[in-house]
Design a protein around this ligand. Sequence first.
Ligand code: M6R
Length: 604
Amino acid sequence: MCGIIGFTGNMPAKDVILNGLERLEYRGYDSAGMALLEDGGITLFKRTGKVADLRTLCANDNSPCTCGIGHTRWATHGGVTDVNAHPHLAGNVVLIHNGIIENYRQLIVEYGLADKLVSETDSEVVAQLLNIFYDGDPIAAIKKTIKLLSGAFALCIMFKDIPGKIFAIRNVSPMIATSCEQGSIIASDLTAVIAFTKEYFVVPEYHILTLSDDGIVVEDLKGNVTKPEILSVNWDITDAQKGGYPFFMLKEIFEQPDAIRNTIAPRIENGLPDFTEDGINDDIFAHCKRICVVACGTAMHAGMVGKNLIEEKLRIPVQVEIASEFRYKNPIIDENTLTIVLSQSGETIDTLEALKLAKTFGSKVLSIVNVKGSTIARESDYVLYTHAGPEIAVASTKAYTVQVAAMYLIACRIGLVKALMTEGEARQFISKLQSAPNIIEETLKHADTIKRVANQIKLSPDAFYIGRGLDYVMGLEAALKLKEISYVHAEAYAAGELKHGTIALITENVPVIAFATQEKVYEKVVSNIREVKARGAYVVLVTMDEAVNDPNICDQHIRVPRVSSEFTAFATAVILQMLAYYTSEAKGLDVDKPRNLAKSVTVE
Ligand code: M6R
Protein backbone atom coordinates (compact mmCIF):
# COMPACT_ATOMS: atom_id res chain seq x y z
CA MET A 1 0.00 0.00 0.00
CA CYS A 2 1.29 3.48 -0.88
CA GLY A 3 3.64 3.93 -3.77
CA ILE A 4 6.98 5.65 -3.34
CA ILE A 5 9.58 6.85 -5.80
CA GLY A 6 12.82 8.79 -5.58
CA PHE A 7 14.98 10.03 -8.45
CA THR A 8 18.30 11.80 -8.67
CA GLY A 9 20.10 12.11 -11.98
CA ASN A 10 20.66 14.12 -15.11
CA MET A 11 17.10 15.04 -16.08
CA PRO A 12 14.27 16.98 -14.39
CA ALA A 13 13.04 14.99 -11.42
CA LYS A 14 9.48 16.30 -11.63
CA ASP A 15 8.62 14.38 -14.80
CA VAL A 16 10.26 11.16 -13.66
CA ILE A 17 8.39 11.33 -10.36
CA LEU A 18 4.96 12.20 -11.78
CA ASN A 19 5.22 9.51 -14.48
CA GLY A 20 6.43 7.01 -11.88
CA LEU A 21 3.61 7.91 -9.50
CA GLU A 22 1.06 7.36 -12.25
CA ARG A 23 2.36 3.81 -12.63
CA LEU A 24 2.43 3.29 -8.86
CA GLU A 25 -1.01 4.75 -8.31
CA TYR A 26 -2.61 1.29 -8.18
CA ARG A 27 -0.90 0.85 -4.79
CA GLY A 28 -2.98 3.64 -3.22
CA TYR A 29 -4.71 6.67 -4.61
CA ASP A 30 -6.31 8.89 -2.01
CA SER A 31 -3.65 11.58 -2.14
CA ALA A 32 -0.29 12.25 -3.76
CA GLY A 33 2.72 14.45 -3.20
CA MET A 34 6.23 15.32 -4.29
CA ALA A 35 9.26 17.12 -2.84
CA LEU A 36 11.98 18.60 -5.03
CA LEU A 37 15.38 19.28 -3.53
CA GLU A 38 17.06 22.37 -4.93
CA ASP A 39 20.21 24.03 -3.71
CA GLY A 40 19.35 25.11 -0.19
CA GLY A 41 15.65 24.42 -0.30
CA ILE A 42 12.82 22.01 -0.66
CA THR A 43 9.73 22.63 -2.75
CA LEU A 44 6.74 20.66 -1.60
CA PHE A 45 3.57 19.81 -3.51
CA LYS A 46 0.88 17.61 -2.00
CA ARG A 47 -2.87 17.22 -2.07
CA THR A 48 -5.75 14.80 -1.80
CA GLY A 49 -6.92 13.17 -5.00
CA LYS A 50 -5.22 11.34 -7.80
CA VAL A 51 -1.78 11.84 -9.31
CA ALA A 52 -3.52 13.78 -12.11
CA ASP A 53 -4.55 16.34 -9.46
CA LEU A 54 -0.96 16.58 -8.25
CA ARG A 55 0.13 17.13 -11.84
CA THR A 56 -2.29 20.04 -12.09
CA LEU A 57 -1.05 21.44 -8.77
CA CYS A 58 2.53 21.67 -9.95
CA ALA A 59 1.80 22.44 -13.61
CA ASN A 60 3.38 25.89 -13.38
CA ASP A 61 6.57 24.67 -11.77
CA ASN A 62 9.29 24.56 -14.40
CA SER A 63 12.07 23.72 -12.00
CA PRO A 64 15.09 22.08 -13.64
CA CYS A 65 15.68 20.33 -10.29
CA THR A 66 17.06 16.82 -10.79
CA CYS A 67 16.48 15.31 -7.35
CA GLY A 68 13.18 14.53 -5.67
CA ILE A 69 10.80 12.06 -4.03
CA GLY A 70 7.12 11.31 -4.62
CA HIS A 71 4.34 9.39 -2.89
CA THR A 72 0.86 8.11 -3.60
CA ARG A 73 -1.07 7.34 -0.43
CA TRP A 74 -3.46 4.74 0.91
CA ALA A 75 -4.47 6.24 4.25
CA THR A 76 -3.85 4.26 7.42
CA HIS A 77 -3.09 6.80 10.16
CA GLY A 78 -5.01 10.01 9.74
CA GLY A 79 -7.77 10.88 7.31
CA VAL A 80 -7.50 11.73 3.65
CA THR A 81 -6.41 15.38 3.90
CA ASP A 82 -3.82 17.57 2.20
CA VAL A 83 -1.79 17.84 5.37
CA ASN A 84 -1.68 14.07 5.91
CA ALA A 85 -0.45 13.52 2.37
CA HIS A 86 3.27 12.78 2.00
CA PRO A 87 6.04 14.03 1.82
CA HIS A 88 6.39 15.19 5.42
CA LEU A 89 8.71 18.05 6.23
CA ALA A 90 10.40 18.58 9.59
CA GLY A 91 13.14 21.22 9.77
CA ASN A 92 15.99 19.98 7.63
CA VAL A 93 14.33 16.74 6.69
CA VAL A 94 11.70 15.68 4.19
CA LEU A 95 10.52 12.09 3.78
CA ILE A 96 8.03 9.68 2.30
CA HIS A 97 6.97 6.46 3.98
CA ASN A 98 5.19 3.24 3.14
CA GLY A 99 4.24 1.02 6.08
CA ILE A 100 3.06 1.49 9.63
CA ILE A 101 5.09 2.69 12.60
CA GLU A 102 3.38 0.78 15.38
CA ASN A 103 4.94 2.66 18.31
CA TYR A 104 4.46 6.18 16.98
CA ARG A 105 2.24 7.30 19.87
CA GLN A 106 4.84 6.24 22.39
CA LEU A 107 7.54 8.09 20.41
CA ILE A 108 5.44 11.28 20.37
CA VAL A 109 5.32 11.19 24.15
CA GLU A 110 8.95 10.16 24.73
CA TYR A 111 10.38 12.83 22.44
CA GLY A 112 7.80 15.56 23.22
CA LEU A 113 6.71 15.82 19.60
CA ALA A 114 3.02 16.64 20.12
CA ASP A 115 3.39 20.40 19.56
CA LYS A 116 5.61 20.00 16.54
CA LEU A 117 3.39 17.66 14.54
CA VAL A 118 1.14 19.17 11.93
CA SER A 119 -0.37 15.97 10.56
CA GLU A 120 -2.05 12.94 12.17
CA THR A 121 0.31 10.47 10.53
CA ASP A 122 2.78 8.02 12.01
CA SER A 123 5.15 8.99 9.19
CA GLU A 124 5.63 12.58 10.29
CA VAL A 125 6.91 11.29 13.64
CA VAL A 126 9.81 9.68 11.78
CA ALA A 127 10.59 12.95 10.01
CA GLN A 128 10.62 14.79 13.36
CA LEU A 129 12.95 12.22 14.94
CA LEU A 130 15.35 12.41 12.01
CA ASN A 131 15.40 16.17 12.31
CA ILE A 132 16.19 15.93 16.04
CA PHE A 133 19.09 13.53 15.43
CA TYR A 134 20.47 15.25 12.33
CA ASP A 135 23.65 17.20 12.99
CA GLY A 136 25.17 17.07 9.51
CA ASP A 137 25.64 13.29 9.39
CA PRO A 138 22.63 11.74 7.60
CA ILE A 139 23.68 8.12 8.11
CA ALA A 140 24.09 8.60 11.87
CA ALA A 141 20.65 10.26 12.10
CA ILE A 142 19.03 7.43 10.15
CA LYS A 143 20.68 4.79 12.33
CA LYS A 144 19.54 6.48 15.54
CA THR A 145 16.01 6.90 14.24
CA ILE A 146 15.36 3.43 12.92
CA LYS A 147 16.60 1.87 16.15
CA LEU A 148 13.52 3.41 17.75
CA LEU A 149 10.96 2.24 15.22
CA SER A 150 8.81 -0.83 15.44
CA GLY A 151 6.70 -1.80 12.48
CA ALA A 152 7.10 -1.92 8.74
CA PHE A 153 8.67 0.89 6.79
CA ALA A 154 10.12 1.86 3.46
CA LEU A 155 11.52 5.37 3.79
CA CYS A 156 13.04 7.78 1.27
CA ILE A 157 14.64 10.78 2.91
CA MET A 158 16.23 14.03 1.72
CA PHE A 159 18.13 16.60 3.77
CA LYS A 160 17.89 20.28 2.84
CA ASP A 161 21.63 20.83 3.01
CA ILE A 162 22.64 17.71 1.06
CA PRO A 163 21.79 18.48 -2.57
CA GLY A 164 21.44 15.70 -5.13
CA LYS A 165 21.16 12.87 -2.63
CA ILE A 166 18.35 10.61 -1.46
CA PHE A 167 18.73 8.23 1.47
CA ALA A 168 16.57 5.16 1.90
CA ILE A 169 16.02 2.27 4.27
CA ARG A 170 13.36 -0.40 4.67
CA ASN A 171 12.02 -3.10 6.94
CA VAL A 172 9.40 -5.46 5.45
CA SER A 173 7.75 -2.88 3.15
CA PRO A 174 8.96 -3.45 -0.40
CA MET A 175 11.42 -1.25 -2.25
CA ILE A 176 13.59 -1.82 -5.32
CA ALA A 177 16.35 0.38 -6.75
CA THR A 178 18.31 0.76 -9.94
CA SER A 179 21.09 2.80 -11.48
CA CYS A 180 20.76 3.65 -15.14
CA GLU A 181 22.02 6.12 -17.74
CA GLN A 182 19.64 8.81 -16.49
CA GLY A 183 20.55 8.46 -12.81
CA SER A 184 19.51 6.51 -9.72
CA ILE A 185 15.90 5.52 -9.00
CA ILE A 186 14.25 3.90 -6.02
CA ALA A 187 10.60 2.81 -5.96
CA SER A 188 8.03 0.53 -4.40
CA ASP A 189 8.04 -1.66 -7.47
CA LEU A 190 9.34 -2.11 -10.94
CA THR A 191 6.44 -0.52 -12.81
CA ALA A 192 7.85 2.89 -11.84
CA VAL A 193 11.31 2.27 -13.27
CA ILE A 194 10.62 -0.05 -16.21
CA ALA A 195 10.63 2.92 -18.61
CA PHE A 196 14.35 3.29 -17.85
CA THR A 197 15.70 -0.21 -17.30
CA LYS A 198 14.79 -3.87 -16.88
CA GLU A 199 17.51 -4.40 -14.30
CA TYR A 200 17.10 -3.68 -10.62
CA PHE A 201 17.87 -4.95 -7.17
CA VAL A 202 15.67 -5.55 -4.14
CA VAL A 203 16.69 -3.17 -1.36
CA PRO A 204 18.00 -5.38 1.45
CA GLU A 205 16.29 -4.88 4.78
CA TYR A 206 18.03 -2.64 7.31
CA HIS A 207 20.60 -1.40 4.80
CA ILE A 208 21.04 2.31 4.15
CA LEU A 209 21.06 3.40 0.51
CA THR A 210 22.63 6.64 -0.66
CA LEU A 211 21.43 7.55 -4.13
CA SER A 212 23.26 10.16 -6.20
CA ASP A 213 23.45 10.92 -9.91
CA ASP A 214 26.48 8.66 -10.31
CA GLY A 215 25.15 5.56 -8.54
CA ILE A 216 23.85 3.93 -5.40
CA VAL A 217 25.86 2.98 -2.32
CA VAL A 218 24.36 0.22 -0.16
CA GLU A 219 25.72 -0.27 3.34
CA ASP A 220 24.64 -2.29 6.33
CA LEU A 221 24.17 -0.74 9.75
CA LYS A 222 27.83 -1.40 10.60
CA GLY A 223 28.95 0.57 7.56
CA ASN A 224 29.98 -2.40 5.39
CA VAL A 225 29.31 -1.71 1.74
CA THR A 226 27.40 -4.52 -0.02
CA LYS A 227 26.46 -5.31 -3.60
CA PRO A 228 22.91 -6.70 -3.90
CA GLU A 229 22.15 -9.22 -6.62
CA ILE A 230 20.95 -7.63 -9.86
CA LEU A 231 17.68 -9.08 -11.16
CA SER A 232 16.03 -8.57 -14.52
CA VAL A 233 12.52 -8.93 -15.88
CA ASN A 234 11.22 -10.21 -19.18
CA TRP A 235 8.49 -7.63 -19.68
CA ASP A 236 8.71 -3.99 -20.68
CA ILE A 237 6.93 -0.67 -20.51
CA THR A 238 4.24 -1.67 -23.05
CA ASP A 239 3.12 -4.42 -20.67
CA ALA A 240 2.51 -1.78 -18.03
CA GLN A 241 0.37 0.38 -20.35
CA LYS A 242 -3.29 0.07 -21.28
CA GLY A 243 -2.54 -0.67 -24.93
CA GLY A 244 -5.77 0.81 -26.26
CA TYR A 245 -8.07 -0.78 -23.66
CA PRO A 246 -10.22 1.60 -21.56
CA PHE A 247 -9.02 -0.04 -18.35
CA PHE A 248 -6.13 -2.27 -17.30
CA MET A 249 -8.60 -4.83 -15.99
CA LEU A 250 -10.08 -5.47 -19.43
CA LYS A 251 -6.61 -5.70 -20.97
CA GLU A 252 -5.57 -8.16 -18.26
CA ILE A 253 -8.70 -10.29 -18.79
CA PHE A 254 -7.78 -10.57 -22.46
CA GLU A 255 -4.14 -11.34 -21.66
CA GLN A 256 -5.07 -14.54 -19.85
CA PRO A 257 -4.52 -17.02 -22.68
CA ASP A 258 -0.92 -15.83 -23.13
CA ALA A 259 -0.31 -15.56 -19.40
CA ILE A 260 -1.28 -19.22 -18.99
CA ARG A 261 0.78 -20.34 -21.99
CA ASN A 262 3.82 -18.46 -20.66
CA THR A 263 3.36 -19.97 -17.21
CA ILE A 264 2.85 -23.61 -18.12
CA ALA A 265 4.99 -24.07 -21.25
CA PRO A 266 8.39 -23.85 -19.49
CA ARG A 267 7.20 -26.47 -16.96
CA ILE A 268 6.10 -29.14 -19.43
CA GLU A 269 8.72 -31.59 -20.64
CA ASN A 270 7.73 -34.39 -22.95
CA GLY A 271 4.07 -33.91 -22.07
CA LEU A 272 4.59 -34.11 -18.31
CA PRO A 273 4.98 -31.50 -15.57
CA ASP A 274 8.63 -30.82 -14.76
CA PHE A 275 9.96 -28.30 -12.24
CA THR A 276 13.68 -28.98 -12.73
CA GLU A 277 14.33 -25.47 -14.03
CA ASP A 278 12.59 -24.02 -10.97
CA GLY A 279 14.82 -26.07 -8.69
CA ILE A 280 11.79 -27.64 -7.01
CA ASN A 281 12.77 -30.94 -5.49
CA ASP A 282 10.33 -33.86 -5.84
CA ASP A 283 11.11 -34.81 -2.23
CA ILE A 284 8.68 -32.18 -0.98
CA PHE A 285 5.92 -33.89 -2.94
CA ALA A 286 6.98 -37.42 -2.05
CA HIS A 287 7.00 -36.68 1.69
CA CYS A 288 3.87 -34.64 2.06
CA LYS A 289 0.88 -36.30 3.64
CA ARG A 290 -1.22 -33.15 3.74
CA ILE A 291 -1.23 -29.78 2.04
CA CYS A 292 -1.96 -26.44 3.61
CA VAL A 293 -2.71 -23.54 1.25
CA VAL A 294 -2.34 -20.04 2.66
CA ALA A 295 -3.26 -16.82 0.85
CA CYS A 296 -5.60 -13.82 0.82
CA GLY A 297 -8.50 -12.74 -1.37
CA THR A 298 -8.42 -13.91 -4.95
CA ALA A 299 -5.17 -15.81 -4.44
CA MET A 300 -6.90 -17.80 -1.71
CA HIS A 301 -9.75 -18.58 -4.08
CA ALA A 302 -7.21 -19.95 -6.58
CA GLY A 303 -5.96 -22.15 -3.74
CA MET A 304 -9.52 -23.41 -3.21
CA VAL A 305 -9.74 -24.42 -6.85
CA GLY A 306 -6.49 -26.34 -6.34
CA LYS A 307 -7.90 -28.01 -3.23
CA ASN A 308 -10.95 -29.13 -5.16
CA LEU A 309 -8.74 -30.80 -7.77
CA ILE A 310 -6.18 -32.34 -5.40
CA GLU A 311 -8.78 -33.83 -3.08
CA GLU A 312 -10.95 -35.04 -5.94
CA LYS A 313 -8.17 -36.56 -8.06
CA LEU A 314 -5.45 -37.47 -5.55
CA ARG A 315 -7.39 -37.81 -2.31
CA ILE A 316 -4.73 -35.90 -0.38
CA PRO A 317 -6.27 -33.67 2.31
CA VAL A 318 -5.87 -29.96 1.60
CA GLN A 319 -6.77 -27.21 4.04
CA VAL A 320 -7.11 -23.68 2.69
CA GLU A 321 -6.42 -20.96 5.22
CA ILE A 322 -7.07 -17.22 5.18
CA ALA A 323 -3.59 -15.88 5.88
CA SER A 324 -4.75 -13.19 8.33
CA GLU A 325 -6.45 -15.89 10.43
CA PHE A 326 -3.76 -18.51 10.07
CA ARG A 327 -0.98 -16.22 11.32
CA TYR A 328 -2.61 -15.91 14.75
CA LYS A 329 -3.56 -19.59 15.04
CA ASN A 330 -1.84 -22.58 16.50
CA PRO A 331 -1.98 -24.31 13.13
CA ILE A 332 -2.15 -28.07 12.81
CA ILE A 333 0.76 -28.53 10.42
CA ASP A 334 4.09 -30.32 10.66
CA GLU A 335 7.06 -31.49 8.61
CA ASN A 336 4.75 -33.80 6.64
CA THR A 337 2.61 -30.88 5.56
CA LEU A 338 3.49 -29.04 2.37
CA THR A 339 2.51 -25.39 2.67
CA ILE A 340 1.60 -23.76 -0.63
CA VAL A 341 1.53 -19.98 -0.50
CA LEU A 342 -0.12 -18.00 -3.29
CA SER A 343 0.45 -14.32 -3.94
CA GLN A 344 0.46 -12.17 -7.04
CA SER A 345 2.47 -9.36 -5.50
CA GLY A 346 4.59 -11.51 -3.23
CA GLU A 347 4.29 -8.71 -0.67
CA THR A 348 0.94 -9.27 1.10
CA ILE A 349 1.90 -8.90 4.73
CA ASP A 350 -0.53 -11.45 6.19
CA THR A 351 0.52 -14.06 3.65
CA LEU A 352 4.18 -13.35 4.38
CA GLU A 353 3.72 -13.70 8.13
CA ALA A 354 1.68 -16.90 7.67
CA LEU A 355 4.51 -18.30 5.56
CA LYS A 356 7.04 -17.55 8.31
CA LEU A 357 4.78 -19.23 10.87
CA ALA A 358 4.40 -22.36 8.73
CA LYS A 359 8.19 -22.68 8.56
CA THR A 360 8.48 -22.62 12.33
CA PHE A 361 6.34 -25.81 12.38
CA GLY A 362 8.84 -27.56 10.11
CA SER A 363 6.60 -27.36 7.04
CA LYS A 364 8.31 -26.81 3.68
CA VAL A 365 6.95 -23.81 1.81
CA LEU A 366 6.38 -23.72 -1.92
CA SER A 367 5.13 -20.37 -3.12
CA ILE A 368 3.37 -19.43 -6.33
CA VAL A 369 4.27 -15.81 -6.94
CA ASN A 370 4.04 -13.43 -9.88
CA VAL A 371 6.54 -10.74 -8.88
CA LYS A 372 10.13 -11.83 -9.23
CA GLY A 373 12.36 -11.24 -6.23
CA SER A 374 9.43 -10.28 -3.99
CA THR A 375 9.64 -10.92 -0.25
CA ILE A 376 7.39 -13.99 -0.25
CA ALA A 377 9.43 -15.51 -3.07
CA ARG A 378 12.66 -14.88 -1.17
CA GLU A 379 11.35 -16.27 2.12
CA SER A 380 10.03 -19.51 0.60
CA ASP A 381 11.89 -22.81 0.33
CA TYR A 382 10.79 -23.15 -3.28
CA VAL A 383 9.17 -20.75 -5.75
CA LEU A 384 7.14 -21.35 -8.83
CA TYR A 385 6.92 -18.00 -10.62
CA THR A 386 3.81 -17.36 -12.66
CA HIS A 387 4.51 -15.42 -15.85
CA ALA A 388 1.43 -13.21 -16.02
CA GLY A 389 3.44 -10.01 -16.50
CA PRO A 390 2.55 -6.94 -14.46
CA GLU A 391 -1.00 -6.90 -13.10
CA ILE A 392 -1.98 -3.26 -12.62
CA ALA A 393 -5.76 -3.29 -12.06
CA VAL A 394 -6.59 -3.64 -8.37
CA ALA A 395 -8.97 -6.49 -9.22
CA SER A 396 -6.90 -9.56 -9.83
CA THR A 397 -7.73 -11.49 -13.02
CA LYS A 398 -4.85 -12.98 -14.96
CA ALA A 399 -2.89 -13.61 -11.76
CA TYR A 400 -5.82 -15.79 -10.60
CA THR A 401 -6.03 -18.01 -13.67
CA VAL A 402 -2.26 -18.50 -13.81
CA GLN A 403 -2.33 -19.45 -10.12
CA VAL A 404 -5.01 -22.01 -10.90
CA ALA A 405 -2.90 -23.32 -13.79
CA ALA A 406 0.14 -23.52 -11.50
CA MET A 407 -1.90 -25.43 -8.88
CA TYR A 408 -2.99 -27.85 -11.60
CA LEU A 409 0.64 -28.41 -12.66
CA ILE A 410 1.64 -29.03 -9.05
CA ALA A 411 -1.28 -31.42 -8.50
CA CYS A 412 -0.24 -33.40 -11.54
CA ARG A 413 3.39 -33.54 -10.43
CA ILE A 414 2.33 -34.74 -6.97
CA GLY A 415 0.13 -37.36 -8.60
CA LEU A 416 3.07 -38.66 -10.62
CA VAL A 417 5.61 -38.57 -7.80
CA LYS A 418 3.27 -40.37 -5.42
CA ALA A 419 2.13 -42.77 -8.14
CA LEU A 420 -1.45 -41.63 -7.68
CA MET A 421 -1.65 -40.98 -11.41
CA THR A 422 -0.22 -43.08 -14.23
CA GLU A 423 2.02 -41.43 -16.78
CA GLY A 424 -0.76 -41.79 -19.31
CA GLU A 425 -3.27 -40.07 -17.05
CA ALA A 426 -0.79 -37.30 -16.32
CA ARG A 427 -0.14 -36.77 -20.03
CA GLN A 428 -3.85 -36.57 -20.73
CA PHE A 429 -4.32 -34.11 -17.88
CA ILE A 430 -1.48 -31.88 -19.10
CA SER A 431 -2.80 -31.91 -22.62
CA LYS A 432 -6.15 -30.65 -21.25
CA LEU A 433 -4.34 -27.98 -19.27
CA GLN A 434 -2.62 -26.86 -22.46
CA SER A 435 -6.09 -26.23 -23.88
CA ALA A 436 -6.98 -23.82 -21.06
CA PRO A 437 -5.94 -20.78 -23.15
CA ASN A 438 -8.31 -21.93 -25.94
CA ILE A 439 -11.14 -22.38 -23.43
CA ILE A 440 -10.58 -18.78 -22.34
CA GLU A 441 -10.39 -17.47 -25.91
CA GLU A 442 -13.68 -19.18 -26.71
CA THR A 443 -15.35 -17.76 -23.59
CA LEU A 444 -14.15 -14.23 -24.25
CA LYS A 445 -16.52 -14.21 -27.24
CA HIS A 446 -19.50 -13.96 -24.88
CA ALA A 447 -18.81 -10.32 -24.02
CA ASP A 448 -22.10 -9.07 -25.54
CA THR A 449 -24.32 -11.42 -23.56
CA ILE A 450 -22.36 -10.61 -20.42
CA LYS A 451 -22.83 -6.88 -21.02
CA ARG A 452 -26.61 -7.45 -21.16
CA VAL A 453 -26.48 -9.27 -17.84
CA ALA A 454 -24.28 -6.55 -16.34
CA ASN A 455 -26.89 -3.95 -17.28
CA GLN A 456 -29.40 -5.89 -15.21
CA ILE A 457 -27.06 -6.49 -12.26
CA LYS A 458 -26.19 -2.80 -12.03
CA LEU A 459 -29.83 -2.04 -11.17
CA SER A 460 -29.78 -4.24 -8.08
CA PRO A 461 -28.17 -3.63 -4.68
CA ASP A 462 -27.55 -7.38 -4.30
CA ALA A 463 -26.60 -10.36 -6.42
CA PHE A 464 -26.14 -14.03 -5.59
CA TYR A 465 -23.91 -16.66 -7.10
CA ILE A 466 -24.92 -20.26 -6.62
CA GLY A 467 -23.25 -23.51 -7.56
CA ARG A 468 -22.04 -26.84 -6.21
CA GLY A 469 -18.51 -28.21 -5.88
CA LEU A 470 -16.06 -26.34 -8.08
CA ASP A 471 -18.86 -24.00 -9.18
CA TYR A 472 -19.41 -22.91 -5.58
CA VAL A 473 -15.70 -22.13 -5.25
CA MET A 474 -15.90 -20.09 -8.46
CA GLY A 475 -18.90 -18.29 -6.99
CA LEU A 476 -16.78 -17.10 -4.07
CA GLU A 477 -14.38 -15.42 -6.47
CA ALA A 478 -17.28 -14.07 -8.54
CA ALA A 479 -18.84 -12.43 -5.49
CA LEU A 480 -15.54 -10.88 -4.40
CA LYS A 481 -14.92 -9.46 -7.86
CA LEU A 482 -18.41 -7.98 -8.18
CA LYS A 483 -18.31 -6.36 -4.72
CA GLU A 484 -14.82 -5.05 -5.19
CA ILE A 485 -15.27 -3.11 -8.40
CA SER A 486 -19.01 -2.56 -8.90
CA TYR A 487 -20.03 -2.09 -5.24
CA VAL A 488 -22.98 -4.44 -5.75
CA HIS A 489 -23.33 -6.52 -2.61
CA ALA A 490 -22.78 -10.11 -3.70
CA GLU A 491 -22.65 -13.46 -1.94
CA ALA A 492 -21.83 -16.95 -3.07
CA TYR A 493 -23.88 -19.85 -1.79
CA ALA A 494 -23.53 -23.56 -2.14
CA ALA A 495 -26.73 -24.07 -4.10
CA GLY A 496 -28.04 -26.70 -1.68
CA GLU A 497 -27.57 -24.33 1.23
CA LEU A 498 -29.98 -21.65 -0.03
CA LYS A 499 -32.99 -23.22 1.64
CA HIS A 500 -31.27 -22.95 5.00
CA GLY A 501 -31.69 -19.19 5.15
CA THR A 502 -30.57 -17.15 2.17
CA ILE A 503 -33.57 -17.88 -0.01
CA ALA A 504 -35.41 -15.38 2.19
CA LEU A 505 -33.49 -12.68 0.31
CA ILE A 506 -34.65 -13.81 -3.12
CA THR A 507 -37.39 -11.51 -4.35
CA GLU A 508 -38.55 -10.12 -7.70
CA ASN A 509 -35.62 -9.42 -10.10
CA VAL A 510 -32.81 -10.16 -7.66
CA PRO A 511 -29.97 -11.41 -9.89
CA VAL A 512 -28.97 -15.02 -9.24
CA ILE A 513 -26.09 -16.27 -11.33
CA ALA A 514 -26.05 -20.05 -11.32
CA PHE A 515 -22.82 -21.78 -12.26
CA ALA A 516 -23.92 -25.24 -13.37
CA THR A 517 -20.91 -26.65 -15.16
CA GLN A 518 -20.41 -29.76 -13.01
CA GLU A 519 -22.26 -32.57 -14.72
CA LYS A 520 -22.39 -34.77 -11.65
CA VAL A 521 -24.57 -32.24 -9.80
CA TYR A 522 -26.16 -30.48 -12.78
CA GLU A 523 -29.71 -31.64 -12.12
CA LYS A 524 -29.39 -30.72 -8.44
CA VAL A 525 -28.39 -27.16 -9.35
CA VAL A 526 -31.26 -26.96 -11.84
CA SER A 527 -33.66 -27.82 -9.00
CA ASN A 528 -32.17 -25.04 -6.92
CA ILE A 529 -32.56 -22.66 -9.86
CA ARG A 530 -36.26 -23.55 -10.10
CA GLU A 531 -36.60 -22.63 -6.44
CA VAL A 532 -35.22 -19.12 -6.95
CA LYS A 533 -37.00 -18.65 -10.27
CA ALA A 534 -40.28 -19.45 -8.53
CA ARG A 535 -39.57 -16.51 -6.23
CA GLY A 536 -39.02 -14.07 -9.08
CA ALA A 537 -35.21 -14.04 -9.35
CA TYR A 538 -33.52 -12.85 -12.53
CA VAL A 539 -31.56 -16.02 -13.32
CA VAL A 540 -28.40 -16.25 -15.39
CA LEU A 541 -27.44 -19.82 -16.12
CA VAL A 542 -23.84 -20.68 -16.91
CA THR A 543 -23.59 -24.21 -18.29
CA MET A 544 -21.92 -26.37 -20.90
CA ASP A 545 -25.23 -27.13 -22.61
CA GLU A 546 -25.94 -25.87 -26.11
CA ALA A 547 -29.58 -25.34 -25.37
CA VAL A 548 -31.32 -25.46 -22.06
CA ASN A 549 -34.30 -27.81 -22.27
CA ASP A 550 -36.61 -25.61 -20.27
CA PRO A 551 -36.39 -21.92 -21.24
CA ASN A 552 -38.39 -21.01 -18.15
CA ILE A 553 -35.55 -21.74 -15.80
CA CYS A 554 -33.38 -18.78 -16.82
CA ASP A 555 -33.49 -15.26 -18.20
CA GLN A 556 -30.04 -15.45 -19.75
CA HIS A 557 -27.89 -18.37 -20.71
CA ILE A 558 -24.11 -18.23 -21.05
CA ARG A 559 -22.56 -21.32 -22.55
CA VAL A 560 -19.08 -22.48 -21.60
CA PRO A 561 -17.12 -24.87 -23.82
CA ARG A 562 -17.66 -28.59 -23.20
CA VAL A 563 -14.56 -29.72 -21.27
CA SER A 564 -13.97 -32.11 -18.40
CA SER A 565 -15.31 -30.92 -15.08
CA GLU A 566 -12.12 -29.51 -13.49
CA PHE A 567 -11.31 -27.40 -16.58
CA THR A 568 -14.57 -25.45 -16.60
CA ALA A 569 -12.86 -23.24 -13.99
CA PHE A 570 -11.04 -21.38 -16.78
CA ALA A 571 -14.26 -20.52 -18.59
CA THR A 572 -16.17 -19.61 -15.45
CA ALA A 573 -13.29 -17.41 -14.32
CA VAL A 574 -13.52 -15.30 -17.45
CA ILE A 575 -17.31 -15.01 -17.18
CA LEU A 576 -17.20 -13.88 -13.56
CA GLN A 577 -14.45 -11.39 -14.32
CA MET A 578 -16.33 -9.91 -17.29
CA LEU A 579 -19.57 -9.76 -15.28
CA ALA A 580 -17.83 -7.66 -12.64
CA TYR A 581 -15.96 -5.57 -15.20
CA TYR A 582 -18.99 -4.68 -17.34
CA THR A 583 -21.17 -3.97 -14.28
CA SER A 584 -18.56 -1.56 -12.96
CA GLU A 585 -18.15 0.05 -16.38
CA ALA A 586 -21.94 0.32 -16.83
CA LYS A 587 -22.10 2.15 -13.49
CA GLY A 588 -19.46 4.59 -14.71
CA LEU A 589 -16.98 3.64 -12.01
CA ASP A 590 -13.20 3.76 -12.10
CA VAL A 591 -12.79 0.02 -12.70
CA ASP A 592 -9.06 -0.09 -12.06
CA LYS A 593 -9.10 1.93 -8.85
CA PRO A 594 -12.08 0.92 -6.73
CA ARG A 595 -12.75 2.97 -3.63
CA ASN A 596 -10.85 2.21 -0.41
CA LEU A 597 -8.69 -0.45 -2.02
CA ALA A 598 -5.07 -0.78 -3.05
CA LYS A 599 -3.36 -3.41 -5.11
CA SER A 600 -0.78 -4.66 -2.72
CA VAL A 601 -1.80 -5.02 0.93
CA THR A 602 1.44 -4.50 2.81
CA VAL A 603 -0.17 -3.46 6.10
CA GLU A 604 -2.18 -5.61 8.50
O1 M6R B 1 -0.82 -9.93 -4.10
P1 M6R B 1 -1.68 -11.00 -3.48
O2 M6R B 1 -2.06 -12.05 -4.47
O3 M6R B 1 -1.10 -11.59 -2.25
O4 M6R B 1 -3.01 -10.25 -3.07
C1 M6R B 1 -4.02 -10.93 -2.38
C2 M6R B 1 -5.30 -10.12 -2.35
O5 M6R B 1 -5.08 -8.89 -1.75
C3 M6R B 1 -5.87 -9.88 -3.75
O6 M6R B 1 -6.06 -11.08 -4.44
C4 M6R B 1 -7.20 -9.14 -3.67
O7 M6R B 1 -8.17 -9.93 -3.08
C5 M6R B 1 -7.62 -8.68 -5.06
N1 M6R B 1 -7.81 -7.26 -5.06
C6 M6R B 1 -8.89 -9.27 -5.52
O8 M6R B 1 -9.20 -8.90 -6.82
